[in-house]
Ligand binder design. Structure first.
Ligand code: B3K
Ligand code: ZN
Length: 882
């Protein structure tokens, strides 16, 4: 397979003004008519230019007509990759393509496929070419009309994008609908659904008075589970009006939930298709985390209507233009709906856990990649989450109002267009009269920048000086890195813990400002605060103002002080993380050398203070729960070379156990104090629930029969999924405990009819840190609750094993690696996209000791040599071996 390069981009020679699609959905064969109004974009005269239409080997070409006349086979060339009309007419013409496809055999779940007996589509990035031949690229935007014909009894619901303009019954028990979408769009936003579905309905009146019908389609037996998604949709529509002035633009907005879906959800114009795990929820079947995920993703897909659909990407290298921006928007939405500080902490934790490793490994790429083999491999945490951080930095640099001005100008300039990341930067710069040249490398450089800060207080001059140095590590194909403009938000704390008012040398200080945003853009730069009355404790990179790895000269004492006093909630959490990270890394080193492990009493006390905060009136319990969580084994393994998962596990286990022992009374008290009689879903109840279950999780490390019994009792009496799964989870890692098996079996019996809950059941067992857990996982592959064709099940079981339990995946005998190698090859025969995500478990093989390196590399080599490998897996594996 050959890579595609950003530098090779050329604009299309032909515009598609209008497209009329005609689907005859069948059980054996589906026939697709595709009539396109084609217009050359080049000046008349000269040689004719060929028209290339992307295609796929699964699509059978059944006819090509130009202006109503069938084309002779000599007038086109058909290959595995597509169809070329060699010499099309020089003037606008009508092209009609007829194809035959078999959605029922489509296990890749890209293009048109079947899920639970219903037809549905997934076209982003390049799925439309698996339906018909087309210029399947985002800069080709056209107006779509879609006619769907199908059996009426089997498929009573027939949906596509836009407005319903016609429908009726046909002979032979069939019926049809016709949909017209007035907004020109790229093919990746096309959608079709045909099935037997129930529906809930609500409405929203936009700020200019348009009444929009809102419908959520689910399988009939799930009708009681769609309310939260509807509530989330309505909140999103309102928020986008309030915060960005963005209004919905059609009279209808549909969401459809399907069980078989590669990703989370898809923003098709007016017909969003969702993985059912991101729609369906009741307190008994979904956790608080599921509720937040639904709220965030429903918002995300809705927000795409402007950031993605109305203004789309010129080419797929620009993916972060819509994804980074839309993730930023959904993060802000969720922050406004919930606790802002806690949301930020969660987002940064995820960035560190998933994106930093990617940026340090063989798949490292800039948020605007320069090449790809399979675009689907670039729907990454880098493009999404780091992309969102880059958008957030504009906001930090330009201020909320400045950012809004930039957004307004972006829409004013580009509504209805397919544009680039440069266009976004230009809108931000122009709307604010700002020079953002030094910001550009964020788009082209991979790797997480390092930021070092050293400080000095001059008591005589009353100045506080910060010296900042930055460097970005080498990444594959990029050795020469430029310094990049980053905002560093800083506060200075006085000895009483309060924020000082800040004046920066050479700048008129705004009165009362207690957080300053430093514009740091050179390799090294010095910033001087003046009129600093006493030696301050600096709070650096508040709210994580740039996605970097920070190191400072703060002492343990400073960190404990910040943990207790910083007005910036993020940095209060961060101080605790920095402290415990340092402790853990020190212990990892000691454990590696076989030395005795000793706990640092100062950290026990700091943690005790955190837990005790819960006693205070109005305590932020969600924050306390967050602050109690230690850096994960995965995060730590990124910081140790070579990483030994057993040693890291031992060190972390030691710290958690010691904390649980030392804080046992406080934890028991807090757990009981936050246990409520009855389930409620308001913010306070959710926070108390999180705190309670965090205490239980910690206590379970004591391996104390009384705690096990308490967990089991909580498991049996839980009136909601959050509590039930937390109790089960507390038991699931306990090796010799009778309650464990009993709870796992009882949960299965209770919920085996619900595939979404079975995902949790599989995931929990897969991720348990039990000795030799790979055997359990292998058994579960053959369990009726597992289905290798269903992406959710694979992500839960295989993904849960790889991501959740380093000691088992990295088992010294190589059994975990062998399991992953075997199953990746099986999955790849069905679904290359899903297999590619799972094979990612091997990409960081160079991080480990020699023996593990050898074993992982052997798996990669075995995979890459396999005949008939998908391009998806080939790309990840070959890049990992480079
Ligand atoms: N845009 C889709 C992702 C499509 C996945 C393509 N393999 C979901 C989202 O980001 O909203
Ligand atoms: Zn998105």
């Amino acid at each position: 397979p050959k890579p595609i390069y950003l530098k090779d981009y050329t604009a299309p020679d032909y515009r598609f003004a209008k497209v009329v699609l005609d689907f005859e959905l069948g059980e054996e064969v589906t026939v697709v008519g595709n009539t396109i109004s084609v217009e050359p974009t080049f000046a008349a005269g000269g040689d004719p230019r060929p028209l290339f239409l992307n295609g796929d080997p699964t699509v059978e070409l059944a006819g090509v007509e130009v202006n109503g006349t069938a084309l002779d086979a000599s007038a086109y060339v058909l290959t595995k990759k597509g169809l070329t009309i060699t010499a099309p007419p020089a003037a606008p013409f009508e092209l009609k393509i007829t194809t035959k496809i078999k959605p029922q055999e489509n296990t890749e779940l890209e293009g048109l496929y079947k899920s639970s007996g219903n037809f549905c589509t997934q076209c982003e990035a390049e799925g439309f070419r698996r339906i018909t031949f087309y210029q399947d690229r985002p800069d080709v935007m056209s107006e779509f009309t879609t006619r769907i014909t199908a059996d009426k009894a089997k498929y009573p619901v027939l949906l596509s994008n836009g407005n319903l303009v016609d429908s009726g019954d046909l002979d032979g028990g069939k019926h049809f609908t016709v949909w017209e979408d007035p907004f020109p769009k790229p093919a990746y936003l096309f959608a079709l659904v045909a099935g037997d579905l129930g529906m809930i309905e609500d409405k929203f009146t936009t700020k200019s008075g348009r009444e929009v019908a809102l419908r959520i389609y689910v399988e009939e037996h799930n009708l009681d589970k769609a309310d939260w998604a509807m509530v989330s949709l309505i909140k999103s529509m309102k928020w986008d009006e309030d915060v960005f002035g963005l209004e919905y633009d059609l009279d209808l907005f549909n969401i459809v939930a399907v069980d078989d879906f590669n990703m989370g959800a898809m923003e098709n114009k007016s017909l969003n298709i969702f993985n059912s795990r991101l729609v369906l929820a009741t307190p008994q079947t979904a956790t608080d985390m599921d509720y937040s995920a639904i709220e965030g993703v429903v918002a995300h897909e809705y927000f795409h209507n402007w950031t993605g659909n109305r203004v789309t990407c010129r080419d797929w290298f620009q993916l972060s233009l819509k994804e980074g921006l839309t993730v930023y928007r959904d993060q802000e939405f969720s922050a406004d709906m919930n606790s802002r500080g806690v949301k930020r902490i969660g987002d940064v934790a995820r960035l560190r856990m998933a994106q930093f490793p990617q940026d340090a490994g063989p798949m490292a790429h800039p948020i605007r990649p320069e090449s790809y083999i399979k675009m689907d491999n670039f729907y990454t945490v880098t493009v999404y989450e780091k992309g969102a951080e880059v958008v957030r930095m504009y906001e930090t640099l330009l201020g909320k109002d400045g950012f809004r001005k930039g957004m307004d100008l972006y829409f004013e300039r580009h509504d209805g267009q397919a544009v680039t990341c440069d266009d976004f930067l230009a809108a931000m710069a122009d709307a604010n009269g700002a020079d953002l040249t030094a910001f550009k490398p964020w788009y082209s450089q991979a790797g997480t920048p390092k930021l070092d800060v050293t400080t000095e207080y001059d008591a005589a001059a009353k100045t506080f000086t910060m010296t900042c140095t930055q460097s970005t590590p080498t990444t594959p194909g990029q050795s020469d890195k430029k310094p990049v403009l980053m905002p560093i938000a800083v506060g200075l704390l006085a000895s009483d813990g309060s924020d000082m008012e800040l004046t920066l040398e050479g700048e008129a200080g705004a009165a009362g400002e207690t957080t300053k945003v430093l514009r740091f853009s050179e390799a090294s730069q010095t910033f001087v605060f003046t009129d600093v009355a006493e030696k301050p404790v600096p709070s650096i990179l508040r709210n994580f103002s740039a996605p970097v790895r920070l190191s400072t000269d703060l002492t343990q004492e400073d960190l404990i002080f910040l943990m207790a006093n910083d007005s910036d909630q993020f940095n209060r959490w961060e101080a605790g993380q920095t402290l415990t990270r340092a402790l853990l890394l020190d212990l990892v080193e000691k454990a590696g050398k076989g030395e005795e492990l000793v706990m640092d009493q100062a950290i026990v006390d700091a943690m005790r203070n955190i837990v005790n905060l819960a006693k205070e009136k109005g305590a932020d319990k969600a924050f306390i729960a967050r602050a109690m969580a230690l850096p994960s084994e995965g995060e730590l393994s990124e910081m140790v070379v070579p990483a030994d998962p057993d040693v890291i596990h031992a060190a972390r286990d030691f710290v958690v156990k010691t904390l649980a022992k030392e804080l046992k009374e406080e934890l028991l008290w807090t757990m009981r104090d936050n246990t409520s009689e009855k389930y409620e879903r308001d913010g306070e109840s959710r926070a108390a629930r999180t705190l309670k279950n965090t205490c239980l999780a910690l206590l379970s490390y004591l391996e104390d029969p009384e705690i096990d019994a308490e967990a089991f009792r909580r498991f049996k009496t839980a009136d909601n999924m959050t509590d039930q799964i937390s109790a089960l989870s507390a038991l699931s890692g306990r090796a010799d405990c009778v309650e464990r098996e009993e709870a796992i079996d009882a949960f299965y019996e209770q919920w085996k009819h619900d595939p979404l809950i079975m995902n949790k059941w599989l995931g929990l067992q897969a991720g348990a840190s039990l000795p030799n857990n790979v055997e359990n996982v292998k058994r579960l592959v053959d369990h009726p609750a597992f289905d290798i064709k269903n992406p959710n099940k694979v992500y839960s079981l295989v993904g849960g094993f790889v991501g959740g339990t380093p000691i088992n995946f990295h088992a010294a005998d190589g059994s975990g690696y062998e399991f992953l190698g075997d199953i990746v090859l099986k999955i790849d025969k069905l679904n290359g996209g899903v297999a590619a995500r799972m094979v990612g478990g091997f990409t960081r093989w160079r991080k480990y000791d020699e023996k593990r390196q050898e074993m992982m590399k052997a798996q990669l080599e075995r995979i890459v040599k396999t005949e008939g490998l998908s391009e998806n897996v080939f790309e990840i594996v070959s890049k990992s071996l480079e």
